[in-house]
Design a protein around this ligand. Structure first.
Ligand code: BG6
Length: 513
């Protein structure tokens, strides 16, 4: 297949890196800081932001966790930044940055720990000029979310005395509709909605935000972005990794709760929503809600669940899910889910949206493919039979969220020679090639936005509850009828046969299967 590339001039690139706004002075307090997320994602993200001049000079970090770590914590963060951030070990900037990193050991339900935390933050206000502004980041296990927020409230840390107090809450946000509602109610007793930032790191990915730029900053795509031209949409969030030692968490989650209810549902709204009146949190949220509200109840025959058994991934043997550490040997947790959504509105009536997500699939591949309808009649018959180019293929726009981030357009071109034979060719935009940088870890953008008080790229209360409500009947049905065929796909494959069948019965195919 022929590929044409798109590049961007250095001037444009430079302009895109100039910060628009720098947040007010701020102390970032990470609860659950001894977990992997802080080391692998959050601290490298904060360091990159600081290096890019996007953080205020008056800035400090406090890691909070139960174990007495102190110096060990800072060393650990240093390793995380070096590994995750591509930073040299002796970089003097890193040394300066780490001087602002503190550790505070406490139990999350111990009032005395909050008294000490408050005193520490007041000291940091004096030493670093953080001025009473706080960004709390709840990265603990979810059962502590309410407790921490209530303790912050009880110790007068949840409402600003002078600066702004904001709180990022990690996923999972609830386990089902009723627990999500309860969590929202609990947190809203202490914090107002404009203080709460429910994170979905997919919204921080450049390629996800680019869906909106692609659709709404170009004049040529939006007129055909509807049921008159689009045949169907496919969304794949495939991972080749397994559960990475997170057995106890994953046993209670599964693919539907872990990835579909949040990340995939966010991707779906970006593809399907109407143009918002402006690029601000409120208008965007309104349009996202309209999409979720227009999704029809999902029929059970349009849903597939799967669990991986032993297989081969990247040429290496891989154990099955039931053999993973701290997983029930007869577990019924799904590691794969696929389904067909119908969005019954003016734009999308009759256009199926097929989505799938799973672990231990053949490769890491997150992609949104828009497949267009074929021309009404086919003028060029030379493709039939033994033609090298095969059957004429429909146009597709493929948005590669990760890896190899970019966008491709497939169209037909005349193959050289005496026949009117058409061949599919790809016009390709590759993020790394065009901009010369790999796209940032989503946490950078989201941490910065939360410090700026901008909730555009965060999940809102009613959005979280609506997506849980969509999943509720499936979760209930699955709980009532345990699967009989688990494990039903081999590690390293593209998932269960039934997921391929889900599209095949509509005469369609996944890109990889
Ligand atoms: C997380 C899930 O939210 O997203 C993980 O809990 C999953 O199970 C991860 O692996 C995928 O994120 P990414 O950015 O690697 O696609």
């Amino acid at each position: 297949m022929v590929t044409t590339e798109v590049t961007v001039s250095p001037e444009v690139l430079q302009a895109s890196r100039v910060p628009e706004r720098v947040p007010e002075p701020c102390a970032v307090v990470i609860f659950g800081a001894s977990g992997d997320l802080t080391k692998r994602k959050l601290l490298p993200a904060l360091y990159h932001l600081e290096q890019a001049g996007l953080l205020p000079a008056e800035f400090a970090v406090v890691g909070v966790a139960r174990r007495p770590l102190q110096g060990e914590f800072v060393n650990d963060m240093r390793d995380g930044i070096i590994k995750g951030g591509g930073v040299e070990a002796d970089d003097p900037n890193l040394r300066d940055f780490l001087q602002r990193v503190n550790y505070h050991a406490m139990n999350f339900d111990d009032p005395e720990g909050y008294v000490r935390l408050k005193a520490l933050l007041e000291t940091l206000d004096k030493n670093y000029g953080t001025n009473g502004n706080r960004l709390f980041y709840l990265a603990t296990s979810p059962e502590y979310f309410s407790e921490i927020v209530h303790q912050l409230g009880a110790h007068r840390m949840a409402k600003p005395e002078k600066g702004a107090v904001r709180c990022i809450i990690e996923k999972p946000f609830g386990h089902d509709l009723s627990s999500a509602r309860k969590l929202n109610d609990d947190i809203n007793e202490v914090l107002s909605e404009d203080q709460i930032f429910r994170i979905d790191h997919y919204l921080g990915k450049e390629t996800v935000q680019n869906i909106l730029v692609f659709r709404f900053a170009n004049g040529i795509f939006e007129p055909i972005w509807n049921r008159n031209y689009i045949d169907h949409v496919r969304i794949t969030a495939a991972e080749n990794i397994g559960i990475e030692g997170r057995g106890p968490f994953y046993e209670k989650a599964g693919a539907l709760r872990d990835v579909i209810q949040n990340h995939v549902m966010q991707l779906l709204t970006f593809v399907a929503m109407e143009p918002p009146v402006s690029f601000f949190s409120g208008p965007i949220h309104v349009e996202k809600m309209k999409v979720w509200k227009a999704i029809q109840p999902i029929r059970m025959e349009d849903i597939v669940r799967g669990q991986y058994g032993p297989g081969t991934v990247d040429g290496k043997p891989a154990i099955g899910y039931r053999q993973e550490d701290r997983v029930d040997p007869v577990s019924n947790t799904e590691t794969f889910a696929a389904m067909r959504f119908k969005i019954e509105n003016w734009r999308w009536a009759g256009v199926p949206f097929y989505v799938r997500a799973g672990k231990r699939l053949a490769q890491r591949f997150t992609d949104i493919t828009i497949q267009f309808k074929q021309p009404p009649t086919m003028l060029f018959k030379d493709n039939v039979g033994s033609s090298e180019c095969g059957e004429i293929q429909p146009n597709i726009i493929s948005m590669r969220i990760q890896p190899n981030e970019g966008i491709s357009l497939r169209f037909a071109a005349k193959a050289p020679g005496p026949n009117m034979q058409s061949c599919p060719v790809m016009m390709d935009f590759d993020y790394a090639a065009a901009f010369g940088v790999s796209s940032a870890n989503g946490y950078e953008r989201l941490l910065l936005d939360a410090m700026l008080g901008d909730a555009t790229l965060f999940a809102h209360r009613d959005g979280v509850e609506t997506t849980w409500a969509l999943m509720a009947p499936i979760l209930e049905e699955w709980a009532a009828h345990p699967p009989k065929d688990f494990p039903n796909y081999a590690a390293g494959s593209w998932g269960p046969e039934a997921a391929i069948e889900l599209l095949a019965r509509d005469g369609r195919k996944w890109r990889h299967q």
